[in-house]
Design a protein around this ligand. Structure first.
Ligand code: AMP
Length: 305
C-alpha cells in the first residue's frame, strides 16, 4: 500500500518511521504527475537502489511561464496512486501549492550560465522555478539519491550543478529517455496531441536519430547535420514549428560549431499546436572500423544529408 501524504511534517514523520522498519537509503523521484512509462522507469530504478522510495507529485506553478500551460497540465492523482502502488512505492508526497509556497515565501534558487540558453531562453524563469522546487524537495525528503530523466537533459544538468554548488548531500542520477515504439519521447503533454499531431511529432525523434546516423557515417559538420534534421523534422504538413535545434557541448550547453565531438547532444524544442515538446540524443562518432561499415551502408541506400 502506498501512503499519500500532503504535508512536510507528515512526510518527515513517515520517512522516519519507514527508515526504522527498513533501514537504508532514501530515494526521491520528483514528478508533476500524469505518470507514464518514462516516470515508471525512474521509480523502478529508485526501488532497486534504495530502501525507501518517495515519489513527489507537484505541478509546480513557479516553473510555468504560460498560465494556460499550467491550467491545462494533466492532473491524475488517482491513476498515479494506482501506478505507484503497483510499483511498491512507499510514499507519494502530493503537497498543495500553499504547503510548498506558504504566504511570505520569497526565496529563489538561480543557477547561472547553464540556464542562459535554450530552455532558459525560451522559458524565462523556468529554471529558477525548477531549481527552487527541487532544492526544497531535497530539503524536505533528505534523499541520498534522486532520479531524473535525460529527456529533460538541460534540467538534469541544472539540478546536478545546483546540488554540487550548494553541497547538497544527494546523488543526482540521470535515467535514459523512454520512447513509444515509433520513437516519440513519452511526455505527460502527449495526451494533448491529436492523432495527426502524433504522426507529425514522431518526426522529432526521427530527425534526431538521423543526426546520429549521419555522425556514425562520418558526416560530423554540425551546421550540415542541423540543416538536414530541420528539413526532415518540419516535413510538409506545417504542423510543427521549431523553437531551437542545435548540437551542444553537454558540459556548458554552448552550441557546437564545426565538427561534432563524442558525447555532444543534439537538443530540440518543438511546438505542435499549443503543445510544446522537447527531446535530445547523445551523438557518438563511429570508431574507425564501424565508420567504414556505416558509410557503405549509407551509400548502398543513398541516404546522405
Ligand atoms: P515531469 O513529470 O514531466 O516533471 O517529469 C518528472 C521526471 O520524469 C523528470 O525527471 C523527467 O525528466 C522524467 N521523464 C519525463 N518523461 C520521461 C521519459 N520519456 N523518459 C524518462 N524520463 C522521463
Amino acid at each position: 500500500m502506498v501512503l499519500i501524504v500532503t504535508t512536510v511534517s507528515e512526510l518527515r514523520r513517515q520517512i522516519g518511521q519507514l527508515l526504522r522498519e527498513q533501514p537504508g537509503a532514501v530515494g526521491l523521484v520528483p514528478t508533476m504527475g500524469a505518470l507514464h512509462a518514462g516516470h515508471l522507469s525512474l521509480l523502478r530504478r529508485c526501488r532497486s537502489e534504495c530502501s525507501v522510495t518517495v515519489v513527489s507529485i507537484f505541478v509546480n506553478p513557479k516553473q510555468f511561464g504560460e498560465q494556460a500551460d499550467l491550467d491545462n497540465y494533466p492532473r491524475t492523482l488517482e491513476a498515479d496512486s494506482a501506478l505507484c502502488a503497483a510499483e511498491d512505492v512507499d510514499i507519494i508526497f502530493a503537497p498543495s501549492p500553499a504547503e510548498v509556497y506558504p504566504a511570505g515565501f520569497s526565496t529563489s534558487v538561480h543557477v547561472g550560465a547553464l540556464t542562459d540558453r535554450w530552455e532558459g531562453e525560451f522559458r524565462p524563469g523556468h529554471f529558477d522555478g525548477v531549481a527552487t522546487v527541487v532544492a526544497k524537495l531535497f530539503m524536505m525528503v533528505m534523499p541520498e539519491r534522486a532520479y531524473f530523466g535525460e529527456k529533460d537533459f538541460q534540467q538534469l544538468a541544472v539540478v546536478r550543478r545546483m546540488a554540487q554548488d550548494l553541497n547538497l548531500p544527494v546523488e543526482v542520477i540521470g535515467c535514459p529517455t523512454v520512447r513509444e515504439g515509433a520513437g516519440l519521447a513519452l511526455s505527460s503533454r502527449n495526451v494533448r496531441l491529436s492523432p495527426e499531431d502524433v504522426q507529425a511529432a514522431r518526426r522529432i525523434s526521427l530527425a534526431l536519430q538521423r543526426v546520429q546516423s549521419f555522425v556514425l557515417c562520418g558526416e560530423t559538420e554540425s551546421a550540415t547535420l542541423i540543416e538536414d534534421a530541420r528539413r526532415h523534422m518540419l516535413g510538409t504538413d506545417g504542423l510543427l514549428s521549431i523553437e531551437y535545434l542545435a548540437v551542444v557541448d553537454p558540459r556548458d550547453f554552448r552550441e557546437r560549431r564545426g565538427p561534432v565531438q563524442a558525447g555532444d547532444r543534439v537538443i530540440t524544442a518543438v511546438r505542435c499546436g499549443a503543445v510544446r515538446l522537447i527531446d535530445n540524443m547523445e551523438l557518438q562518432p563511429a570508431t574507425a572500423g564501424a565508420a567504414g561499415e556505416q558509410i557503405q551502408a549509407g551509400q548502398a541506400t543513398g541516404t546522405g544529408p
